[in-house]
Ligand binder design. Structure first.
Ligand code: HEM
Length: 276
């Protein structure tokens, strides 16, 4: 498929877009080269189809690469935060612990409540990081991802994958496998991401493929965490939330990103301990 795209585009067109000189665009082309050998599989992602089309456009017009980031970054982070706020609203103890951590970080850095959080302050919020990571484990914004194999290949577990086969994995289903996450795999438990000192402990992307893994892993992961943590920290510093959309889990809408049926109706209360 990659070759067909390249043929459609024409090598001249691709180069005219500046891919040869631009390290970022070279990275976009990397799996094509890696697909020639074992392991790279020459796989093409599914998310989003528009993003792939946009890659073609980038080769013609590099400044449009910004569009990629908007397309890939907007719906994913909003999906993640929707499920995160819903999960936290059902566990007041988690919400309180997040609020306590925010206050502690403010106190130790000496910044005022009116100010946005600095990168250093956000980095100190290990529990919040764990809670967002745990929410995305259970409700991954990209719940299923498909790649098309460009050449015959063998997966690390020995499974043969033929040229042109479609390989799909479900991060949503993987989160519910006891052999991966233990008997409490269906519980929202941010603590599973913390070591005994309360420091965030990451997992292999092949166990937690929320941002995909390997050479085509999400380029915006760090930016996504900064966005999500600063929004969550600003909001939980001042407000408390209770879901008012009824009992039970809201319906799942499987589109390119995992959406919540019926939106996220919340009752918002100012926190008693909020000083602003
Ligand atoms: C919670 C938020 C996010 C999640 C869960 C997420 C997840 C993913 C996943 C699963 C892929 C691989 C898709 C494939 O199969 O090819 C991907 C790719 C990508 N993401 Fe994200 N993403 C998030 C946020 C962002 C943000 C904020 C940006 C940019 C500002 C971004 C930029 C990209 C780009 C450029 C790619 C393509 C990488 C490549 O093919 O080399 N993402 N993302």
């Amino acid at each position: 498929m990659a070759r067909q795209e390249a043929a459609r585009l024409g090598a001249g067109e691709a180069d005219a877009g500046g891919a040869r000189h631009d390290p970022w665009l070279r990275r976009q082309d990397r799996p094509r080269a890696e697909g020639e050998g074992r392991g790279g599989a020459g796989a093409q992602g599914r998310l989003p189809v528009a993003l792939r089309r946009d890659r073609q456009a980038q080769r013609r017009e590099p400044p449009r690469r910004g569009t990629n980031f908007v397309l890939a970054g907007r719906d994913t982070t909003s999906s993640a935060l929707t499920w995160f706020f819903w999960l936290v609203s059902g566990q007041p103890d988690v919400e309180d612990r997040i609020a306590r951590e925010i206050r502690a970080v403010r106190a130790s850095s000496g910044s005022t409540d009116a100010a946005a959080f600095s990168f250093d302050e956000l980095r100190e919020m290990h529990y919040l990081h764990a809670a967002i990571t745990e929410a995305m484990r259970l409700y991954p914004p990209v719940a299923m991802d498909s790649h098309c194999c460009q050449n015959d290949d063998v997966l690390p577990d020995g499974t043969f994958v033929g040229k042109g086969w479609q390989v799909t994995y479900s991060a949503y289903a993987m989160a519910r496998l006891e052999e991966l996450w233990g008997a409490d795999c269906e519980e929202f438990r941010p603590e599973r991401w913390l070591d005994e000192d309360g420091v965030f402990r990451p997992e292999s992307p092949f166990k937690y493929p929320v941002f995909h893994g390997g050479p085509r892993m999400c380029l915006g992961k760090e930016m996504a965490y900064i966005q999500m943590k600063s929004i969550a920290a600003c909001v939980f510093e001042r407000f408390s939330f209770r879901f008012v959309g009824g009992e039970g889990r809201p319906g799942l809408v499987f589109s390119v990103t995992l959406r919540m049926e019926g939106g996220l109706p919340m009752r918002v209360k100012k926190r008693r301990d909020s000083v602003c």
